[in-house]
Ligand binder design. Structure first.
Ligand code: FES
Ligand code: FES
Length: 165
């Protein structure tokens, strides 16, 4: 089946099995291997991408049903929130083995897009579905808070931004 998807800002046309999950289309057809396969049954979150800005499990989404939507993967996570999360992750070494981390970064990005100032409860709720066998949860939580702080500073520094007195 021919399908066209908007992935990372570009229309990509592929000819693939009608029922192909988005995860395999990304990885096998488009070589976007930053999105990881962990379980294939919606249990681990390693495959998290953004679909229309919402954290979504690419292993559970039929690629054909994502036509007409905007898909963002870790390779192009360039929103202000995505950049802030990535910068903090790099600067503070949130990752350990790294396998779960593209899912962590995408879920954290989606959270900050929806809630720029999440408390521990909101973070735990948003991130609970992204499993880390290395136990980086505390660093992930700290990283999200630091990214939120950075976004706040960026907004205050922007022309017309609000300034504390
Ligand atoms: S691979 Fe999709 S949730 Fe585990
Ligand atoms: S960093 Fe190893 S699984 Fe999360």
């Amino acid at each position: 089946m021919k399908m066209t998807l908007n992935i990372n800002g570009t229309e990509r046309s592929v000819d693939a099995a009608e029922d192909i999950p988005l995860l395999w289309l990304l990885r096998d057809e488009l070589q976007l291997t930053g999105t990881k396969y962990g379980c294939g049954i919606a249990q681990c979150g390693a495959c998290t991408v953004l679909i229309d800005g919402k954290a979504s499990r690419a292993c559970m989404v039929r690629a054909k049903s994502a036509q007409g939507k905007t898909i963002t993967t870790i390779e192009a996570n360039q929103s202000a929130e995505g950049q802030a999360v990535t910068a903090v992750w790099d600067a503070t070494n949130v990752h350990q083995c790294g396998y779960c981390q593209s899912g962590q970064v995408m879920a954290a990005t989606a959270l900050l897009m929806k809630n720029p100032n999440p408390d521990d409860k909101a973070i735990d709720q948003a991130m609970s579905g992204v499993i880390c066998r290395c136990g980086t949860y505390e660093r992930v939580r700290r990283g999200i808070k630091q990214a939120a702080e950075q976004l706040k500073r960026n907004a205050q520094a922007a022309p017309g931004g609000s300034h504390d007195v």
